[in-house]
Design a protein around this ligand. Structure first.
Ligand code: OOG
Ligand code: NI
Length: 456
């Protein structure tokens, strides 16, 4: 609480937890996944007391197995704009632009997430949010039908809209209003067995692309997965079948490393759920799944270019063991120690003063070489964790739940401007956020020599 208002961090935490409760009820396999993740995390911590201590000191232990992200898909700019306003109240802002049409998925996306370190630490919950590109529906009549179905629906409750307006007027929520807001906002993400369309329309849209049917045919934008953090993604992947869950074939992202890079992810295959159409026909719909993630260090533009190149070089295999072996071979060209990552400016670090550094401010101010200050025991650097997503990995997650289709349907170049127009605001540039974080840490150390030398 702050001045009688519930804080954005508190709202985000309550919202994420309410989503998790709802999703566990809707998708029981997701509850099984959560239990497996907790079991593996407990095993890793028992075997690695140093890691346990580190997580404890960082205040991470208590919320280790809570969800780090989820994903939704919407159909119109108006829906996206309203979501932007709802998430802003929870301290989540659009970061990054992802064009999935390049991978044959007819959407483009951003991630709503907290921006600053303090908020990320309280609760890093993010929502990967995709906007359907109806212009990619080739059949004109079907496209017009989809557009008119989307225009006629309202995925937000009237009370949710009122509360958003109230928050914009008053600048905050009382505890009672906050509780009501979470309850009302949650309705937008609930699963509906009853579709908005007859079975013929559903099948026609499904035929165009499964994702189009998923976005257009329902009265809300059901949460399609939630993702807790695992301390050992390879182990959870291996144990999923024993727990009665079918994992996607391969883990997305970089291989296992001493200094983990960016983001590794895997998911279980989406469920077939019963639906009812407006002509009373029954059917099934497959969209909702569970996922896990393991995050590592954020890369600079240079580091990211190297990552993208090595990932492409590694290629793809159909089984995980081969895939990981190919990745390991390719990524042997990526430095795997902090000092080299810093010296080659491949990754972002947060700098702090040691006791010796604090006692010698003149040394810190005068020195231009960061590594010299590290070697002298005046400065320490810790990796900045990657808080965003990876388009190639995201495409892999999407596709594993689209029955493996991967038609190239792209209408050409990225269209970030069109996305931002639909959103009603620009998206934050993730690289700029990491850069600011590193610079702020150097400023905090009063490392003026280093800052001047880096030309920043
Ligand atoms: C989103 C898939 C992307 C991730 O973690 O990369 C994603 C979706 O299926 O809607 O969530
Ligand atoms: Ni995801």
């Amino acid at each position: 609480m702050e001045n009688g208002w519930v804080t954005a961090d508190e709202l985000r935490t309550s919202f994420a937890s309410a989503m998790s409760d709802m999703y566990q009820q809707e998708v029981p396999q997701y509850g099984t996944l959560l239990r497996l993740v907790k079991q593996v995390n407990d095993e890793v911590l028992a075997q690695n007391p140093a890691l346990r201590l580190q997580l404890e000191q960082q205040g991470e232990l208590a919320r280790l197995s809570v969800e780090r992200h989820g994903a939704i898909r919407v159909g119109t700019g108006a829906e996206l704009t309203m979501l932007r306003q709802i998430f802003a109240i929870m301290g989540m802002f659009p970061v990054g632009y992802y064009d999935l049409s390049q991978a044959g998925v007819p959407v483009h996306s951003t991630a709503f997430r907290p921006l600053d370190e303090a908020a990320l630490k309280v609760n890093p919950f993010r929502l990967f949010t995709s906007l359907l590109r109806t212009e990619l529906i080739e059949d004109v009549a079907l496209r017009e039908k989809a557009v008119s179905i989307l225009a006629a629906r309202d995925i937000f409750t009237p009370r949710c809209r009122e509360l958003v307006a109230l928050h914009q007027q008053e600048g905050g929520f009382t505890p009672a209003q906050a509780e009501e807001f979470i309850r009302e906002a949650l309705e937008t993400f609930r699963w509906h067995q009853q579709t908005l369309v007859d079975s013929t329309t559903y099948h026609a849209l499904h035929e165009q692309h499964r994702l189009i049917a998923d976005v257009v045919c329902f009265p809300g934008c059901h949460i399609n997965h939630l993702t807790p953090r695992t301390l050992d993604i390879d182990r959870v992947q291996a144990l999923m079948p024993e727990a009665g869950i079918t994992p996607k074939a391969t883990i997305e992202g970089p291989p296992a490393r001493k200094i983990p890079l960016l983001l590794r992810q895997t998911s279980f295959r989406a469920l077939e759920e019963k639906v009812r159409f407006t002509d009373n026909a029954q059917g099934t719909h497959t969209a909702r799944f569970g996922e896990i993630e393991q995050r590592g260090i954020a890369l600079t533009a240079k580091g990211r270019a190297l990552y993208d190149r090595l990932l492409a070089q590694a290629g793809t295999a159909s089984d995980n063991v081969t895939q990981q072996r190919q990745l390991e071979v390719a990524f042997s060209a990526f430095p795997d120690n902090e000092k080299t990552l810093r010296q080659h400016e491949l990754a972002w670090f947060s700098w702090s003063l040691t006791e010796k550094g604090k006692a010698n401010p003149q040394l810190i101010a005068a020195e231009t070489d960061r590594e010299k200050l590290v070697a002298e025991g005046c400065l320490t650097a810790s990796p900045v964790i990657y808080e965003d997503f990876l388009p190639v990995s995201a495409a892999g997650i999407f596709q594993s739940n689209l029955g493996g289709e991967s038609q190239a349907r792209s209408a050409g170049n990225a269209s970030q401007q069109a996305f931002e127009a639909a959103l009603g605001s620009p998206v934050h540039d993730e690289i700029a956020l990491y850069w600011q974080r590193e610079i702020a840490s150097l400023l905090h150390c009063n490392a003026s020599g280093v800052l001047a030398a880096s030309g920043r």
